[in-house]
Design a protein around this ligand. Structure first.
Ligand code: BGP
Length: 475
């Protein structure tokens, strides 16, 4: 629907930006830090930058926060590396140096009037827990996660209001190498990844209840990879296929958190494939009554879907990338992901479809009616330095178009209270090293050469600065 009168962003709207620990910090084994699955995974990508130095944010966080302040950021969404706090994931005592690093970081943000939004765990699971007991596959993982979260609430609970327990749990269940699950047998791998997913649901529910006891004024919500699939045609079976993608990949997770139980369609999906995890009697009680305060959504693009008949010669196909539903991916009997001919694509096959964001936000309102913060949204591209500048016009276009649609969604009645595009500075992409850049700030380095790691403001930085200064009036 078009509007004649458009109301603006609410006062106090939190304009921010996002990063995660392993993608920017570097100092991967400094001051007692242990190895994470993200460290190991990145060093296996031989021609890509790894987590060892990354963007050296660990040593340059003050310089980075000064840039945030100059940009006008009101919030900053970052993650804590579990292996800085507990190098082995479950050590007898936390690592004081790790605690101090994040304490200093939070203080520096607050001094600069930037609200910290903290992801407790973003793709960087302690390797030691994988060796000790197969990580999330074991039920022991639940208590270790909750104990780690408790340590964070004890140390930072009085200073951090917004918490996100686990980033994109469903993506990790679809790409289980992110969880450190290394299993050759495909049937066993499927069992393990769904068992791990169930344990993450329980861990999040317990963490939400714990935060309510320890810091009643704090707010917590899951950080979800939110996919919006659109049907290829007007055939009802294609619409159903697109809805199935949305349900299986995104809404199942939000449904479980919101209702405190697995929805029937998801139970059927798991049971029919023989992927049902082991659930104990007590699990129903654990899941109940842990409704989040808000939804934190990572939303990038739409994708096309059509019905894929269940033929014997068809197998589940994906390309091993982190994005959970890529063109060509098939779930026989459910859907096939197809290219959308109406939209532009970035060089990695992610499309630009801003109206899809408005649709996605409307659906959240209809289904959950919870406040929403956007914790990721951004454009990955090869950026080239020309005369010391980055003219990232496509990223500026992407941001403008998505902010416009977010504004319309607010007019539609969706309660959105924070926007944190991905990413503040260039980060290591989860699968594509540093060549796939997202930042508002360029980091001068390549995959093979660390260079000086100079911070250079891109055109998108200057654009977003004006957006923030006008509270979204100048787009
Ligand atoms: C999300 C992750 C981020 C980030 C982003 C872009 O799934 O939460 O960590 O990596 O996607 O993905 P990529 O780096 O693969 O381009």
């Amino acid at each position: 629907m078009d509007y004649k009168n458009i109301e603006g962003f609410p006062q106090g709207f939190m304009w921010g930006a996002s990063t995660s620990a392993f993608q920017i910090e570097g100092a991967w084994d400094k001051d007692g830090k242990g190895e994470s699955t993200a460290d190991r995974r990145s060093s296996s990508h031989v021609h890509q930058a790894d987590t060892k130095i990354a963007m050296d944010h660990y040593h340059r966080y003050k310089e980075d926060i000064a840039l945030m302040r100059e940009l006008g950021m009101k919030s900053y969404r970052f993650s804590i590396a579990w292996t800085r706090i507990y190098p082995n994931g479950n050590d007898a005592k936390p690592n004081e140096a790790g605690l101090k690093f994040y304490s200093d970081l939070i203080d520096e943000l607050l001094r600069n009037n930037i609200e910290p939004i903290v992801t407790i765990y973003h793709f960087d699971y302690p390797e030691s827990l994988v060796s000790q007991y197969d990580g999330w596959v074991s039920r022991r993982s639940i208590d270790d996660f909750v104990r780690y979260a408790k340590t964070l609430f004890e140390h930072y609970g009085s200073r951090v209001k917004y918490w996100l327990p686990i980033n994109e749990q469903m993506v990790m269940a679809i790409q289980p190498d992110l969880l450190g699950i290394r299993e050759e047998n495909p049937e066993l791998l499927d069992k393990k990844r769904h068992q791990a997913n169930h344990h993450m649901f329980l861990a999040i529910a317990k963490t939400i209840k714990l935060l309510r006891e320890m810091v009643p004024s704090a707010k917590i919500g899951p950080a979800v990879s939110y996919i919006t699939a659109l049907p290829e045609s007007m055939k009802a079976e294609d619409t159903l296929a697109a809805e199935d993608v949305n349900n299986i990949v995104s809404f199942s997770l939000m449904d479980i958190h919101y209702h405190g139980e697995y929805p029937k369609y998801y139970l059927k999906y798991l049971a029919e494939r023989d992927w049902m995890p082991v659930m104990l009697d007590e699990d129903a009680e654990i899941l109940k009554g842990a409704r989040p305060d808000f939804l934190a959504v990572n939303w990038y693009c739409t994708m096309g879907a059509k019905y894929a008949p269940n033929r014997v010669d068809q197998k589940r196909v994906d390309d091993g990338n982190v994005q959970p539903a890529k063109t060509g991916m098939i779930e026989p009997g459910i859907y096939e992901i197809i290219k959308n001919p109406f939209t532009d694509y970035n060089p990695w096959g992610w499309n630009v479809d801003p109206v899809g964001l408005r649709l996605a936000l409307q659906r959240l309102k209809q289904r959950y009616n919870l406040p929403v913060m956007i914790t990721e949204n951004g454009y990955g591209d090869y950026d080239t330095l020309v005369d010391g500048k980055i003219h990232d016009d496509k990223r500026v276009h992407y941001l403008r178009a998505h902010i416009e649609q977010m504004k319309l969604a607010i007019n539609d009645g969706v309660e959105i209270f924070s926007y944190n595009p991905w990413s503040f500075i260039d980060v290591l992409s989860s699968s594509n090293g540093i060549e796939k850049r997202y930042g508002l700030v360029y980091i001068e380095r390549t995959d093979s050469d660390v260079m000086e790691l100079k911070r250079i403001k891109k055109d998108s930085y200057h654009y977003y600065q004006k957006v923030i200064a006008s509270n979204g009036e100048i787009l």
